[in-house]
Design a protein. Sequence first.
Length: 581
Amino acid sequence: MTTTPAKDEIGAAREGGAQDGGAGRALGKHRSWETTEGVIRAPHRSMMRAMGLSDDDLNAPFVGVASTHNEVTPCNFGIAPLAEEVKRGVFAARGTPFTFGTITVSDAISMGTEGMKGSLVSREVIADSIETVCFAERFDGLVAVAGCDKSLPGAMMAMARLDIPSVFIYGGSILPGSWRGEDIQIQSVFEAVGRRQAGLIDDEELRAIESRACPGPGACGGMFTANTMSSIGEALGLSLPGSASEPAVDQRKLASSRRAGEAVLNLLRKDIRPSDILTRKAFENAVSLVVSMGGSTNSALHLPAIANEAGVELTLKDIHDISMRTPLLADMKPGGRYVMFDLDRVGGVPVVMKRLLEAGLLHGDCMTVTGMTVEENLRGWPDFGDTSVVRTVEDALSPTGGLVVLFGNLAPEGCVLKVAGHQFGARWSGKAKVFDQEEQVMEALRLRRIEAGDVVVIRYEGPKGGPGMREMLSVTGAIVGQGLGEKVFLITDGRFSGASHGSMIGHVGPEAAVGGPMAAVRDGDVIEIDLESFELNVKIGEEDLRARLKDWKPRPPPYSSGVLGKYVKLVQSASRGAVTG
């Protein structure tokens, strides 16, 4: 049989280096050889030489360095130097790095506006863009540096899809601000808006809080979504131990970024891939850590989405069951007293993981990006016994974790409630005040029409109905600021910021836009929350509910073109992580 010259050259190239008959492929050059080896790749090498690459560079493993640096949000504002340190680490470990950018948006700046509908959409764009570059350029490995809420899970989703040796780096948390001798952060500003609306503070004090809450670069400081996801990075084994809590402005962040660049070459040489790390046990570890730290409800979207990319099924029921057997250890904002800076001061995420592991609540045999297991990583990590920020298992804040999942006739697919830092009682009921989308509620709050005892229902804010599941920190901040934080219950098919706290249930599914039961709720209906049976029900008969839904008519899609139009067509339910594939 005659072999075509092209195939013959490619076969020969597997044995050669950047030039014909070269020194041979470097260990770990799993697929970049496709662009560098053999006679037929001379044009490709020429393009790379134009960027200053030498023969040694071409023969080394190629590592993509995905950077989310931008001037859109303080969360990502300081990431560029970290990407440079990654490159130094890759070079030092005898790899060749290639930096490329991807998008991020600022949730806090778009909050309460139509623009917030692009936030969850950006997670998919980030994952798609990282995947596209690494796939097209045939990179052997990946290091992703991300700092804002959706860029973290977006990067991890891309790592799971690509399944090339990968390390995740968090851009770091912001330092706390200060006002009247107290630590403050962005949550304080949103709640100050509600206090101003209630006449509890004046414009001058609001401006003072606004001006002092965010003292520099870094992601929002509490155990909000960014810090929850950075902690998940460690628990999953995708990040270096201790790196999740390092502040954005701390010099340790530069050093750990450089080590991450070195670590990805170690993974390449050992051929350790995300599929070796992102196992069912790893996701159970991540859930255990989240619920033990009172993490963001958004983890119930992002963890199933990452698991989906890794081929692991993770349901809302799984999250609930793990929470029921995991104690709440960390006293973190928004429900508690401390921010990520304080957690870092007492040893960071590894201290929480170590206490969970010693209690038999983590799987210690899971592989990580260090090339060692969780147990091996934690064995030498110091725990000085401080219990101010992180309690022991024996003296936990609560015997169960910070998130629960409810089902019932109003949420057949489930919904999520954050219980960390709150005492709701076993049962709660009230009459519904129904609003179609967030703006109507904000107007009602401005006019002081929300009263103690109300169940505030906000619908048509789900993945398709919004579209994009806007976070509602403006709403929850105003409710808390008006003194109604645990005097009303807020229920929505949308979602909440990690900085939100109070009596609030999100991700109700199926959402109203697809004819879920929320579409049938009317003003005055009694809604009951039962935290013994973990149910959310509207107290009307089954036949009446069916009759109302039969009369329901779907609304036209709010967007029919552009990125939001595509998203409406593709996005799945919140219970499945609002994935688009």
